[in-house]
Design a protein around this ligand. Structure first.
Ligand code: UT7
Length: 332
């Protein structure tokens, strides 16, 4: 019997309608379009507006569209893993809210939190369920409503993040396509540079923590930048080397969209020209777990069966990693 690999058989995405432009941010904090564009590559980002709307409201339309695109009945889904840093609630898992909403009544689900590397870590995890032979249809969601934890008085963080996400279907493949290799890393000594100060079990919410604005994402940008440039480039080069890939063999780099300069440094190190790098940071900013599936969704029509893709991410934790996969289908 041929070896089972885990292949992506469909992808979908969703971004909320509201567009928060650099111009509008200029009216909120002391910043300007020129600074944001030259330092990050971001022009605008999407924001999920409305009462009682959480990350599941980004994930559900993406999953519904994914089911439609892949001709999958919701009851056929075995498992749904939701990578998110902004779950609808501390518990239950957002994955459960999504499966209930889309009618995936036979699926079990759980959330996975690895900040900006969440989708990458969830995809690697999901692939093992498929490779085991026990599960046939696994959905991986990467989605975040970052506007729920962004301080719109802090110009160092509010210009970067946006809301959005996507979902992929993972199924067994016996042609050798799909996920070939992954390298995942984390280093908790980096936690101090990108985290939320209160709201967890260590420092539950109090009037003081709210007044001190400690329920927002805190970031020491320069420190994170330094580690991100090295981490993402190192791991991408490592996964190419150990799979004997040169820049010519790689069809696409699918990088986490945190800062255009980090993406360019990674592509440089891999020997890739710009036309092989998926980029949508100018439109959506950093959607944390959402960036990689949103890229795959937007570039899907340009992907061909057998294309070598390297997915790479770096995020809070610190967490980082890369996945090497062979794309499993031609544009439909
Ligand atoms: O996705 C997960 C991981 N996150 C990342 O990968 C993000 C990594 N970090 C970054 O992308 C960058 O560090 C930022 C985009 C966050 C900041 O860019 P930077 O080039 O590192 O800027 P900086 O923090 O070193 O600040 C440079 C200057 C400072 O002014 P002075 O001290 O030189 O006078 C800041 O106060 O720019 C100032 N500044 C701003 N000016 C206008 C900081 N934020 C802004 C702003 N508008 N929004």
């Amino acid at each position: 019997m041929s070896k089972i690999t885990a292949a992506i058989t469909g992808v979908s995405g969703y971004v909320p309608e509201y567009v928060l432009t650099n111009k509008e941010l200029e009216t909120m904090v002391d910043t300007n379009d020129e600074w944001i564009t030259s330092r990050t590559g971001i022009k605008e980002r999407r924001i999920l507006k409305g009462e009682n709307k959480g990350t599941s409201h980004i994930a559900v339309p993406a999953v519904k569209d994914l089911l439609k695109k892949t001709n999958t009945k919701p009851e056929e889904v075995d498992l749904l893993i939701c990578a998110t840093t902004t779950p609808d609630m501390v518990f239950p898992a957002t994955a459960n809210l999504i499966t209930a909403e889309v009618g995936a009544v036979n699926a079990f689900g759980y959330d996975l939190q690895a900040a900006c590397s969440g989708f990458l870590f969830a995809l690697a995890t999901a692939s093992k369920f498929i490779e085991s032979g026990q599960y046939k249809k696994v959905i991986v969601v990467g989605a975040d409503k970052m506007s729920s934890i962004v301080d719109y008085t802090d110009r160092a963080t509010c210009i970067i993040f946006g809301d959005g996400g996507g979902a992929i279907m993972l199924e067994p493949n016996t042609e050798g396509l799909g996920i070939q290799d992954s390298i995942l890393k984390s280093d908790g000594t980096g936690a101090q540079f990108l985290f939320m100060k209160a709201g967890g079990s260590r420092r539950p919410a109090t009037i003081e923590t709210v007044q001190n604005r400690e329920h927002y994402a805190f970031q020491e940008g320069q420190q994170v930048f330094k580690f991100a440039v090295k981490g993402m480039a190192d791991v991408s080069a490592e996964i190419m080397e150990r799979n004997h890939l040169t820049g010519d063999d790689v069809a696409w780099l699918v990088p986490h969209q945190a800062n255009k300069r980090i993406i360019e440094a990674t592509a440089n190190r891999m020997g890739l020209s710009n036309d092989k790098v998926m980029l949508n940071i100018h439109k959506y900013g950093n959607t944390t777990s959402g960036t990689i599936p949103l890229c795959l969704w937007e570039y899907e029509k340009q992907l061909k069966k057998g294309d070598n893709l390297i997915l790479a991410a770096f995020g809070g934790g610190f967490t980082w990693g890369a996945i090497y996969l062979k794309w499993a289908y031609d544009p439909k």
